[in-house]
Design a binder for this molecule. Structure first.
Ligand SMILES: [Zn+2]
Length: 150
């Protein structure tokens, strides 16, 4: 048994506080101009500190997704989980945000694939404000925005 503590760090702490308030926060690098979320303290391209905070919308597009019928510890799932990389609107392309897709009918690969596609617009579905705890799970999942074209 290994015990350890993990400090979320200033950037992630502020991001989690934002989630509790129903906001997705990101940071903008003043050197290369990229906007990314989840926030990080340093730009991995410039190795310079980033401290320009921006409030982002809770919408984006699906960059890629996967359909998982087992949990991380190998338990079977009747209703699959759909982890996805989401491009949050207002961030630099491929600054991907990892979350789950929900609001999809059926549980077969065929039915799910008919409802989802790369580039599809999605919106965050939030927990009720009094149920949020400053965690990534304050967003339950993202779901397709129907009838919205881009
Ligand atoms: Zn940069």
């Amino acid at each position: 048994m290994l015990e350890y503590g993990w400090d979320a760090g200033v950037a992630i702490s502020r991001f989690l506080d934002g989630l509790k308030a129903g906001k997705i926060l990101g940071v903008r690098c003043n050197v290369c101009g990229r906007t990314v979320t989840p926030p990080r303290a340093f730009c991995e391209l410039d190795f310079k500190p980033i401290d320009a905070w921006v409030e982002l919308p809770d919408t984006g597009t699906i960059n890629t997704y996967s359909i998982c019928y087992i949990t991380w510890d190998m338990k079977p799932l009747r209703k699959p989980q759909i982890p996805a990389v989401i491009e949050i609107d207002g961030t630099t392309p491929r600054a991907g945000f990892l979350h789950l897709i929900g609001g999809v009918k059926g549980s077969s690969v065929e039915s799910i694939r008919k409802q989802l596609r790369v580039g599809m617009p999605v919106r965050a579905v939030w927990r009720k404000p009094d149920q949020r705890e400053g965690a990534i799970t304050d967003i339950l999942h993202f779901e397709p925005v129907r009838g919205r074209r881009r």
